[in-house]
Design a protein around this ligand. Structure first.
Ligand code: COA
Length: 148
């Protein structure tokens, strides 16, 4: 059974294995946990049988007009079962008082988002690829995983 949670309470790095599929320099689980702790809103899909996180979505927001969704991922073994849609719908509900909700995606997932009500716009971005594994916030132990 998949349980949806909106808090990182009780989540440990060991519950966050297998994400960032295809990233050349992926964040480690302890860095991933910091992403969850420092986001303004999250929804986690947890496999009740194992306690493992099998999908997650995050948002950052000014709490007035704008929100951005940097991360959505469902583990490969759990894709195609409605978890991705559920994560997005639950996040959109959490952000229902916000005017603009944006994300950036590759063309291969545009139809996934269109089914949930997103529409296509143009976008621009910068990527500091040497920081892809993440830089932990000051004062947090990185266990040597900081990039660079
Ligand atoms: C994209 C992703 C989150 C979808 O999650 P999922 O749990 O497999 O999706 P769901 O099972 O909820 O699918 C919902 C609907 O979208 C469709 N869909 C799923 N993945 C799709 C894709 N890649 N392209 C087009 N449609 C897709 C499903 O067929 C389903 O359609 P239906 O409602 O008509 O049956 C998942 O494939 C994933 O994690 N991919 C890798 C990371 C990624 O690309 N994240 C997005 C970053 S912007």
């Amino acid at each position: 059974v998949i349980i949806y949670r909106e808090s990182p309470a009780g989540i440990e790095p060991r519950h966050l294995a297998g994400f960032f599929v295809g990233w050349p320099n992926p964040p480690q689980p302890d860095t991933h946990l910091q992403v969850l702790l420092h986001s303004d809103a999250i929804v986690l899909a947890v496999d009740d049988a194992t306690g493992q996180v099998v999908g997650y979505i995050t948002a950052i927001t000014d709490h007035v007009l704008a929100a951005y969704i940097p991360h959505l991922e469902v583990l490969p073994n759990y894709q195609g079962t409605g978890i991705g849609r559920a994560l997005v719908e639950r996040m959109l509900d959490k952000l229902r008082d916000i005017y603009m909700i944006d994300l950036v995606c590759d063309p291969d997932v545009e139809s996934f988002y269109e089914k949930i009500g997103f529409r296509k716009v143009g976008g621009m971005c910068v990527r500091n690829y040497d920081r892809q594994a993440g830089t932990l916030p000051p004062g947090l132990s990185g266990n040597g995983h900081q990039a660079g």
